[in-house]
Write a protein that binds this ligand. Structure first.
Ligand code: GUN
Length: 293
């Protein structure tokens, strides 16, 4: 079993991005500037956004964090997004999800200028991805592709089983794994909460992508010997031995599944770090592709 090491891979990708930024600056290019919107104080969202802002600083990108109380109305939030759309200093916009129930996530995502959609969630970004046109790929699936590429894991002709059908991971992941590209050309099955006999599918997986958001849901008996397992889950479970009172576990029962695998990502220090790489790659691209106005 080999660990797919998010720390090592993201470290290398961040170094490449830093070097690319330096070259871009020598050519007179503008430093990328990411704007992040955080509504409320969901602890997990706070942590994700904090890491994104921190990584911007590490790479020499600029960032602006806009925080709003959960009482902000949908109209007010849409107006904030529009301000960022019109602000020529801003190259990338991300709105951390989930949003409070009274705000339509679709409406907010649809309001982002697709040229600044570095999360790749806008329908235009997702449409471009499906059609194989250049555009911003959703950060987590993109990060997984970067990880597969780093380890030169060839998934051509392999059976990839994606468990989870969210708009931000499962759905785009299934498209990207099956497209005629490298990494790609896999045969893909997408499973979800209503799948009958899930285990019958996961046991067929050469590559298993767990993105269901349920702690240690994928157990040893659901995984084929020699499988490649990519764990997208980041779940908090109580742990009295920790100062915080919790620890993070994936959607995969790592301890028991890992010995069966050829490759597996840990949680933490796996796919989560790659998501940030995907976002940073998109943000640098956004600055480079910026329309001059
Ligand atoms: N919520 C969970 N994952 C993500 C992500 O990758 N981007 C944003 N904006 N929100 C999220």
């Amino acid at each position: 079993m080999q660990l797919l090491d998010g720390t090592a891979v993201s470290g290398q990708i961040k170094l490449e991005l830093k070097n690319e930024l330096n070259e871009w600056k020598v050519q007179g290019g503008k430093v990328p500037h990411l704007a992040a919107i955080l509504v409320g104080n969901n602890p997990a969202s706070e942590a994700y956004v904090g890491n994104k802002v921190k990584t911007c600083a590490e790479l020499g990108f600029e960032s602006t964090l806009l925080r709003f109380d959960t009482s902000i109305s949908e109209l007010e939030l849409l107006a904030e997004v529009e301000k960022l759309n019109l602000d020529t200093r801003i190259d990338g916009i991300l709105v951390q999800l989930p949003l409070p129930a009274h705000i339509s996530e679709d409406a907010v995502i649809n309001a982002i200028n697709p040229d600044k959609d570095v999360d790749g969630f806008h329908p235009i970004s997702q449409g471009r991805m499906i059609l194989g046109q250049p555009g911003f790929l959703p950060a987590t699936p993109y990060g997984i592709l970067l990880m597969l590429a780093h380890y030169q894991i060839d998934i051509t002709g392999k059976h990839c089983v994606v468990v989870g059908r969210s708009n931000i991971v499962g759905k785009p992941m299934s498209i990207l794994l099956s497209r005629n590209a490298n990494p790609g050309n896999a045969t893909v099955t997408i499973c979800h909460s209503k799948t009958t006999d899930l285990k019958a599918f996961t046991l067929q997986a050469d590559v298993l992508i767990a993105a269901i958001g349920r702690a240690r849901f994928i157990t040893e008996s659901m995984v084929k010997a020699g499988a490649i397992v990519l764990d997208v889950g980041i779940n908090r479970v109580e742990d009295a031995s920790k100062k915080s009172g919790f620890r993070l576990v994936g959607d995969v029962d790592f301890e028991n599944v890992a010995p069966k695998c050829s490759f597996i990502t840990p949680v933490p220090k796996g796919v989560g770090l790659m998501t940030i790489c995907g976002l940073m790659r998109n943000t640098l691209n956004a600055a480079k592709l910026k329309k001059m106005n």
